[in-house]
Design a binder for this molecule. Structure first.
Ligand code: PGA
Length: 262
């Protein structure tokens, strides 16, 4: 079975100023100097800071930069939107379908799929977020909702895209800014992630599905990350709040590397 590389994605959301984002990037560079972390780290600043952060982190081993979202349209009259072509000079990664974007902008599963396809065509790795709401969970619709999101996504992708596609399972009710945010049982979250891999296997075969990286996201901190990555089939984490603290982000990355090495 092929070994999937561990991955930690930091989603900085709209938490920092431009100066603050550059400072976090500089700190990461300083803290990583002469140090080897056995996982890939991706940080996702806001659009205006993408060029500066990508320049600051250029050449820092194991770290790359991503955008937080992208338009499902290639170009045109879409005021306020940002295209794949516009992020391409600065981003090797891009989060798509984050629940905050889905809720705010009414983004559909089909639009998330379209954005993922455009990214893949451009050589940018999509980190596609899937997850159920509190209401969906309460009415036992978690599995149905995940199946729907993943099926729409995978139906239009090719088998080869699984080497670059990442799916992040983020139960919406577990995101740190939800109130109350509740940490899921790691085994339960891993069960949903196993379902995601099974859906990939059903579409592309089990060997190809082994190449897909699946992350857990929602209130991840340096303290709770071991419990999530110790579960089988969990390749890393998508971190929001804790990712703007450079020391904590690196501690999370180190823990992911350590747990996966054991
Ligand atoms: P959180 O955010 O780690 O602050 O819960 C995760 C996310 O929304 O991607």
């Amino acid at each position: 079975m092929m070994e999937r590389e561990g991955l930690v994605v930091g989603n900085w959301k709209m938490e920092l100023s431009h100066k603050g984002e550059c400072e976090v990037a500089r700190s990461l560079k300083r803290l990583l100097a002469g140090r080897k972390v056995g996982v890939e780290i991706v940080v996702c600043p806001s659009y205006p800071s993408l060029p500066a952060v990508s320049e600051l982190l250029a050449g820092v081993a194991r770290v790359s930069v991503g955008a937080q979202d992208v338009s499902p349209e290639e170009s045109g009259a879409y005021t306020g939107a940002v295209s794949v072509g516009q992020i391409a000079p600065f981003a090797k990664w891009c989060i798509v379908g984050h629940s905050e974007v889905r809720a705010r902008a009414g983004v559909t599963d089909e639009q998330v799929q379209a954005a993922a396809s455009l990214l893949l065509a451009r050589g940018i790795s999509p980190v596609v977020c899937v997850g159920e709401s509190r209401e969906e969970r309460a009415s036992d619709r978690t599995v149905a909702r995940i199946e729907e999101q993943v099926t729409v996504l995978l139906n239009k992708l090719t088998r080869t895209s699984l080497t670059r596609l990442v799916i992040a399972y983020e139960p919406i009710w577990a995101i740190s800014t939800q109130s109350p945010s509740v940490l899921p049982d790691p085994a339960e979250a891993a069960g949903i992630m196993l379902l995601v891999r099974k859906l990939a296997a059903a579409r592309f075969g089990s060997e190809a599905a082994q190449r897909l990286r699946i992350l857990y996201g929602g209130s991840v901190t340096a303290d709770n990350v071991p419990a999530f990555v110790a579960e089988p089939g969990v390749d890393g984490v998508l971190v929001g709040g804790a990712s703007v603290r450079p020391r904590e982000l690196l501690q999370i990355a180190q823990t992911v590397a350590d747990v996966r090495a054991t």
